[in-house]
Design a protein around this ligand. Structure first.
Ligand code: GLP
Length: 244
């Protein structure tokens, strides 16, 4: 694994955005995997700025998002679809046909998951996948469990995840209890992975996930087995790491 520790969140976001932009400059038709949550927000603002300045064009990329809440329409203020259009895609002038996000309103969610997995494969696989990490070590919505999920699937959210994500909703009761999520297998097939974490509250889980044993009870730990994974942290998220 590669490690980048930045002095603060701003420089972390700039570094993250530069890596994504470099990928697109090298391969303008890149397939990018994007994440939601607060971790990538500043990175997305940087990418929009780079695109506005003409430093990089996203006109040929295709994107796949990690996950979506089940039961929220695309235009729901808390849907991940809305999050991506509000915080990234509109600012980069992306076309609807470039961006795929699981449809949480599909009549048959299992069929939607299969179609989604197939669409990633048909696109040639993901060149660069951006990830955040949940407080229990989940990536996308792959909660801790007895084994690693292979493919896009319907996942039941843990009480802790519902608690962490309720800040975006009026109350915890409004947070959907299930989501469609790429599997750990889908994520591990990405050619490059960039996991971003910031803030003191992520310090312990970062240490456990990437310096501890690989186990499905801490999903992100599997990334230790990926051939090209970069962990990009601000100083606070790196504060529990010891280098001896
Ligand atoms: C959600 C998302 C994850 C994200 C996690 C952490 O559970 N499904 O993809 O990594 O939140 O979010 P944050 O970056 O806000 O801490």
């Amino acid at each position: 694994m590669h490690w980048i520790v930045c002095p603060d969140e701003k420089s972390q976001a700039k570094a993250c955005a530069s890596i994504i932009a470099a990928q697109v400059l090298q391969k303008p038709s890149s397939v990018l995997g994007f994440a939601t949550g607060s971790s990538p927000l500043k990175t997305y603002a940087e990418l929009i700025e780079m695109s506005r300045q003409g430093a990089v064009s996203f006109s040929r990329v295709r994107t796949f998002n990690l996950d979506e809440y089940a039961g929220l329409p695309r235009d729901h203020p808390q849907s991940y679809s809305r999050f991506m259009w509000d915080n990234l895609f509109s600012g980069m002038n992306m076309r609807e046909d470039q961006a795929r996000i699981p449809n949480g309103m599909a009549a048959d969610l299992d069929a939607e998951c299969r179609d989604y997995e197939q669409a990633i494969e048909d696109a040639g696989g993901i060149d660069l996948q951006l990830l955040g990490i949940g407080h229990d070590g989940h990536i996308a919505f792959n909660e801790p469990g007895p084994d690693f999920s292979k493919f896009t699937h319907v996942e039941r959210l843990n009480a802790r995840t519902v608690e962490a994500n309720k800040r975006f909703f009026d109350s915890a009761d409004d947070v959907p209890r299930t989501a469609l999520s790429m599997g750990v297998g889908s994520i591990m097939r990405a050619r490059r992975i960039l996991l971003a974490a910031s803030g003191k509250d992520k310090a312990e889980i970062v240490k456990e996930a990437f310096l501890g044993p690989v186990t499905p009870s801490l999903t992100a730990s599997i990334l230790q087995f990926h051939g090209d994974c970069t962990i990009i942290l601000d100083r606070e998220a790196a504060s529990a790491l010891t280098y001896n």
